[in-house]
Design a protein around this ligand. Sequence first.
Ligand SMILES: O=C(O)CCC(=O)C(=O)O
Ligand SMILES: [Fe+2]
Length: 283
Amino acid sequence: MKIEKASPGCGAIVTDVDVRSMSDAEWRSIYEAWLEAGVICIRGQSLTIQDFLRYGQRFGQIFPHLVKKSRHPDHPELTVMGIDARNADGSVNKPVYTRGHGWHTDGPWDPKGCKATQLYGLEIPSRGGDTLFANMGMAYDALPISLQKRIEGLEADYVYGGASRKSADLLEPEDRNLPPVRHPLIRTHRETGRKTLYFNPTHLLRIVGLPDKEATALFQELEAYQIAPGAEYRHKWQVGDLITWDNRCTLHSATADYPIEERRIHWRCTIASEDAKGTLVTD
Ligand SMILES: O=C(O)CCC(=O)C(=O)O
Ligand SMILES: [Fe+2]
């Protein structure tokens, strides 16, 4: 098994291993590299749904995504991404095609807490359709000290799709007005102890206690720092890539730019946050 850095900022690429039959020592190396890099891609996997979910369970408890439309009918914990991105008349089905576009972490709106997300590439277009990742520890370090001090202790509320409830059309009507979930703007990573800027433009509803005008100004200020120089990694997908990212310390964005006449299909699952005793936490 070989593990290499994907970029100086984040990401690691693993080759020459089959996750279905890896040893405990190989798994421990993968998990350690994942904690360090925030994103890990195991290349060249050939998985059934059961294999995919079993690998996800190594990271923690998997649970169904709020978007019911894209759940696999027999395996609710499995989301199938990219199906019906093109309407019958050939036009773009925007909510599906642009799903995941814009910098975000997954599940800040979910009271379960979303430690990690996992994608497996089944059908990859000939061009476009990359996924971008960025290291939020580096974003925190890049903030001026005065700004670090200003946001220390501040919290934000999140709902699916943010204040505009953008992309709420993927949700069933009963899931469109769920109560917000609160997180601090600065988090300390439960496992690495690393401080990160937890900033999520896509799903933000409000910064707690700040009048809208002040919150918007602070938000714009933070936005300028969210992708620190050198913190980014652009993943070019291959069929068989199995990627897991850490939502506690990385941002990601789908580029949503592949030719609409081609298909881009992934399996996806979400992994809940737990404390050291295995109790589920919002984190
Ligand atoms: O399709 C992608 O590249 C990423 C989609 C995304 O944001 C997600 O699955 O959470
Ligand atoms: Fe996402």
